[in-house]
Design a protein around this ligand. Structure first.
Ligand code: ADP
Ligand code: G3P
Length: 495
């Protein structure tokens, strides 16, 4: 039996999952690492933690499965996207902590660029909007604030990378400075039409191009792990940003297919095929995946707070001890109350893009309590997804009966999935395999290794665990959604 090692480096934890050659999970290892919040709206990770947790979980999973590293045919990597690392090529040491995708410190600079009229050009080339979410302005901030960094970058002494690049650099002992097209697509420095780093945008942000990694397809030869890490060199053959890997893991290979992943945030992706489409409704255009040099595009809606609102009920309000307690509370909530929660804790993402907006709750009465808060929190995830799907429908002629495939930790909540189907008016499919992100990375690596079948055949293995069909009547759906729309408008006005 041969195995594929998938490393899923996420925002709050790193997971290593060992798949057998039939893509069945053989063992899992997970490790959390510290989050750093040095100032309001700032979020950092110690890049060393990202690497040691990846290496540690990878070693642990091999031990757990009691297999020899020689039976691992390939490594697949998937990662939190946009998070930016700058390191010294000679020492391999990061120059600062990684700036995480959630970090808002470059909001003012993004506003300046917008006011100077640069947004249309950036969107036309990168598919992205001017928001601190993406790597470009984070890298500029690092170069502006670390003494001597820009001069050293110009001399070719430094390397920039998203987390995949950083992990591959370390796995290969500094032999490979590479990334894949999906991660490059999130930097705001990569032209996703020509599949090249964009000289003009790099010049606009004063970013020396010598910093940038070489960009490969998602299934490619990214280098080999150092022999001393696992006792044997293992080729790295698959790489994709986590939402792109989930799109692959959910087998959304046909235009019109879409998935939504509910972890800390929520990220919906609609496969739009081989043609670039610019969103007219404030969605992002991105590379779903690139295989054999052929780019498949997607429209993406990114919501910053989904499962994190449940974490807030647990850690902030302390009205639950475990995420699963939200479901019985939501079921028991008073139907006559209409609480609406807008969880804009770190600003609003798609389709509003308001980095400075903050959250709000509407409709409070003397009898509002934990039950109503829990229901409003779970409903906020459905409402936000509806915003995205409406924008997708307006941008791209999606079939009326298009089905949404879901994954991520929050899909364990049946109540939330039923509400999602109800408020979307669309069926929601929950697959048997919910570790779709790691599965996608393993599949890409297995494809390159010659172990996995074609995308069409892989798609046949996708198995439904449960379908949630819409049950809410159209009038109730319209009323509820109208209340959400008003609440978001009011929140944007006030904060
Ligand atoms: N039964 C549940 N009901 C509601 N939310 C849940 C449930 N189980 C997990 N979650 C939420 O899902 C998130 C964890 O999902 P996961 O996919 O592991 O996230 P990430 O990869 O972003 O760390 C947490 O924010 C948690 O609050
Ligand atoms: O690590 P996750 O699952 O929260 O995903 C983060 C996204 O890739 C950010 O764009």
């Amino acid at each position: 039996m041969r195995f594929i090692l998938a490393i899923d480096q996420g925002t709050t934890s790193t997971r290593a999952i060992l798949f057998d050659q039939n893509l069945k999970v053989a063992a899992v290892s997970q490790q959390e690492f510290p989050q750093h919040f040095p100032a309001s709206g700032w979020v950092e990770h110690d890049a060393g933690d990202l690497w040691t947790s990846a290496a540690g979980t990878a070693r642990a999973v091999i031990e757990k499965a009691r297999i020899k590293a020689t039976s691992i045919a390939a490594i697949g990597i998937t990662n939190q996207r946009e998070t930016s690392v700058l390191w010294d090529r000679a020492t391999g040491k990061p120059l600062a902590r990684a700036i995480v995708w959630q970090d808002r410190r470059t909001a003012a600079f993004c506003a300046e660029l917008r006011e100077a009229g640069h947004e249309a050009m950036i969107t036309e080339r990168t598919g992205l909007l001017l928001d601190p979410y993406f790597s470009g302005t984070k890298l500029k901030w690092l170069l502006d604030t670390i003494p001597d960094a820009r001069a050293r970058a110009l001399r070719g002494e430094l390397a920039f990378g998203t987390v995949d690049s950083w992990l591959i650099w370390n796995l290969t002992g500094g032999r490979s400075h590479v990334t894949d097209a999906t991660n490059a697509a999130r930097t705001m420095l990569f032209n996703i039409r020509t599949n090249q780093w964009d000289k003009d945008i790099c010049a606009l942000l004063d970013i020396p191009m010598a910093l940038l990694p070489e960009v490969f397809d998602c299934a490619a030869d990214f280098g080999r792990s150092r022999a001393d890490l696992f006792g044997h060199e293992i080729p790295i053959l698959g790489v994709a940003g986590d939402q792109h890997a989930a799109t692959v893991g959910q087998a959304c290979f046909t235009p019109g297919m879409m998935k939504s992943t509910y972890g800390t945030g929520c990220f919906a992706m609609l496969n739009i095929g081989r043609d670039f489409v610019t969103s007219k409704n404030r969605l992002l255009t991105t590379i779903a995946y690139r295989l054999n040099g052929e780019t498949t595009y997607a429209l993406e809606g990114s919501i910053f707070i989904a499962g994190a609102v449940v974490q807030w009920l647990r850690d902030g309000l302390k009205i639950i001890r475990d995420a699963s307690e939200t479901q019985p509370l939501a079921i028991a909530a008073d139907d006559t109350q209409h609480l609406v929660m807008v969880p804009a804790f770190t600003g609003l993402g798609a389709p509003y893009w308001k980095p400075d907006c903050r959250g709000a709750i509407y409709g409070l009465t003397r009898s509002s309590g934990p039950k109503e808060f829990a229901r409003a929190a779970l409903e906020s995830v459905g409402f936000q997804t509806r915003d995205l799907l409406d924008a997708m429908r307006a941008d791209w002629g999606m079939a009326e009966d298009a089905i949404l495939r879901v994954d991520g930790g929050m899909v364990a909540s049946d109540w939330t999935m039923q509400f999602l189907a109800d408020i979307l008016g669309t069926s929601v499919d929950r697959p048997e395999m919910t570790e779709t992100t790691a599965l996608g990375a393993a599949y890409l690596a297995g494809l390159q290794a010659g172990l996995c079948p074609s995308p069409q055949d892989f798609a046949k293995n996708w198995a439904l665990e449960r379908r949630f069909d819409p049950k809410m009547d159209a009038g109730a759906r319209a009323d509820k959604y109208a209340r959400w729309v008003k609440a978001v408008q009011a929140t944007m006005m006030v904060t």
